[in-house]
Design a protein around this ligand. Sequence first.
Ligand SMILES: C[S@@+](CC[C@H](N)C(=O)[O-])C[C@H]1O[C@@H](n2cnc3c(N)ncnc32)[C@H](O)[C@@H]1O
Length: 238
Amino acid sequence: MKTESAGNGKAAQTVEPGLDRATIEKAYARWAPVYDLVFGPLLDMGRRTATNAATRIGGRILNVGVGTGLELPYFDKSHEVIGVDISEPMLRKAQERVDREKLFNVKGLTVMDGANLAFADGSFDCVVAQFVITTVPQPEKTLDEFARVLKPGGEIVLVNHIGAERGLRASFERWFSQHARKLGWSPEFPFKRISDWAEKNGHVRLVERRTVPPFGVFTLMRFSREDVASVRPAAATA
Ligand SMILES: C[S@@+](CC[C@H](N)C(=O)[O-])C[C@H]1O[C@@H](n2cnc3c(N)ncnc32)[C@H](O)[C@@H]1O
């Protein structure tokens, strides 16, 4: 695993082996025409769970890795949604959906890397990303960006497959990972990676973690953006 220098007190930045930007773009250019057919109903419960959590926060919502926009109709129409994705072919599908379904609350769909968001600090009330964090080349850097563009009090909402820690499923996921990367996904991704990131970032607090039906292989994680003092009182007074 390649690690870039941490810098600015942020989490160490790791680059997933085999999950570079070119591989991801190639993988999702292939997925785009059939994505809805293959992953539409299969992942719908996760999408509903994520958008329900985002709707409770409301305001201005950034949807990272929006893909073909299957989740876009689920956001409350009174909330402004901006969608970004690294894959232009996936976004084209999302734009067709926005036009077809007249989703006027979707204010923009832009090709953008989640690890380099072109938004000012504190721009959003909620950043939501489902089935995304295990597909990005730089998960920690991407999560740092989510925290940066959030307003204090805002929330990061993630829904993802999280790798099993032990047992048969863990062994299978480790074996499968070499093939899955070509499809644009890292199936063995452990929760510890996300909790370590939160600890290092220092601006976020885990407020909810629970499995999502069906089969309990997906996990909802919500992080609230707080000021440094309320997250780490000891460090702040040192
Ligand atoms: C598994 S799809 C999820 C799509 C959608 N959220 C859903 O619920 O079906 C993952 C999406 O993340 C996008 N993605 C991967 N790496 C990214 C990055 N660094 N920045 C933005 N989007 C990225 C992919 O292009 C793809 O559209």
